[in-house]
Ligand binder design. Sequence first.
Ligand code: ZN
Length: 170
Amino acid sequence: MNPELEELYQEVILDHSRRPRNFGTLADAAVCVHGDNPSCGDEIDLGVKFGADGSLQEIKFSGQGCAISQASASLMTMKLKGKSRTAAEEMLHAFHGLVAGESDDAAPSLGDLRLLRGVRKFPQRVKCAMLAWRALEEALRQNAGQATVSTESDFVRPIPDGTTRPGPGL
Ligand code: ZN
């Protein structure tokens, strides 16, 4: 990463961690997931409300933790609000591929989320970056009610229909 990009990375991450977007409790959420990252002490509560077509009509989070975990959650909610379920699942897999270092070409659809690719050099920080996404994964699986996830449990599972569906650019 060149110094300029590193600076931008810092700036965007810090901005989102200080002023997280879509932050708060979603009163009429269909599903609420509590996520824990014990290795860093990050916590998140993610609420999702689905539209009649199954899209992610509203998505909000609250929580506390390191800058990476909060910025990743903030950027994620901005990116996923209004998106279809399929698009959300594709983004989840594209983002995981990016931060886990499985793909060198970041999907352009990830936008500013690509700035988090720097965490791939630090396995502990990958968990921070993935926390909100693990909660999202669980929210999509549960569809309704309450659930809990931890970064210390299994890694991202395949898309429920059994196929792997790499996002664009993977
Ligand atoms: Zn963290």
